[in-house]
Design a protein around this ligand. Structure first.
Ligand SMILES: [Zn+2]
Length: 307
């Protein structure tokens, strides 16, 4: 593309050289236009509340027609969330006219169909600022700008619900541990299931998994592994001793401290636990590492530049 940007910007628009983006308002709509030098084209970005509109399908039909009507429109489409993109091929002297034509048409359609600009992060219709987020142009509302700069995800974590989810998940994994233990299998492999179900449970109910959430899940899983082992032991006691000595599974738990005096039994439980913990750590290591990195990515502060 061999054009001087100042000859290309539509009237009323500004070209930000450092961020390589034009922005401005045409009628009631704000646009971002990104020059793509190597592709020899411009990307017109329009963030609009399409998902809330009953006219979405008509607008998509219009975009298809737009691409067919103008030879300089290489592509006109919608990302399925909030962004309409129109790629305009550079024709040098005609660029300003072509860009102005497209944004005036888009504005006309938005006004006809009652569409509004929306925040590119939370998609709410609010007053917006043109910014770059880690060098990527965006239109953000004040709340999202503050949150992204601070490094918070827009999804809020529900700690209490997350913990409840983790407990339920870990209980589910513990059932597997007890069942495997009873059929004489190495219960330790269920250690992975406990960690996995705890993390998934936390994510499901807590809506988001933060680093502190992961720490809670791991600690909880380690407690649950010990809990599962002793439950398994209680089930064995109940089955072996019969209803004469232990009337219920709860009674069986009462016998455990006494039974642990037996070195042989204590050794057996200890061995089970060690194997269980080693297998749990070995199997869930990559899951925890992956989740930790994901959580870090979401919590990372972003560089926001206004223009
Ligand atoms: Zn927002």
């Amino acid at each position: 593309m061999n054009v001087q940007m100042e000859y290309v910007v539509p009237d009323g628009f500004v070209f930000e050289k450092a961020q390589n983006v034009m922005h401005g308002r045409y009628g009631s709509m704000e646009f971002l236009i990104v020059p793509m030098m190597t592709e020899n084209q411009f990307q017109i970005q329009l963030y609009a509340d399409m998902e809330k509109s009953s006219k979405k399908n008509q607008f998509l039909e219009y975009l298809k027609a737009l691409q067919q009507r103008h030879s300089f429109v290489q592509y006109a489409g919608y990302d399925g969330k909030d962004m309409v993109s129109v790629y305009v091929a550079s024709k040098e002297q005609e660029d300003k006219e072509n860009l102005t034509l497209v944004i005036s048409e888009l504005t006309g359609k938005c006004e006809e169909y009652g569409l509004h600009n929306c925040c590119s992060s939370c998609r709410k219709v609010r007053p917006l600022h043109a910014v770059t987020v880690d060098r990527v142009p965006a239109l953000l509302c004040q709340d999202c700008e503050t949150q992204l700069a601070r490094g918070m995800d827009e999804k809020r974590e529900h700690l209490l619900l997350g913990v409840i989810g983790a407990v339920l998940g870990a209980l589910l994994g513990s059932v597997l541990w007890v069942v495997l233990g009873q059929i004489g299998f190495i219960a330790g492999i269920a250690g992975y299931a406990i960690v996995f179900c705890a993390i998934k449970g936390y994510e499901l109910l807590g809506k988001k998994l933060s680093k502190s959430g992961i720490v809670i899940c791991v600690l909880l899983s380690f407690l649950m592994i010990a809990g599962a082992e002793f439950t398994s032991l209680a089930v064995t006691v109940y089955k072996e001793m019969g209803s004469l000595f232990v009337s219920s599974i709860w009674d069986a738990f009462g016998w455990i401290p006494e039974l642990m005096q037996e070195p042989e039994l204590a050794m057996g439980v200890g061995k089970d636990l060690v194997v269980g913990y080693i297998l749990a750590i070995w199997a869930s290591y990559s899951l925890v590492k992956y989740s930790w990195r994901q959580a870090g990515e979401l919590q990372r502060p972003h560089t926001i530049e206004r223009f």
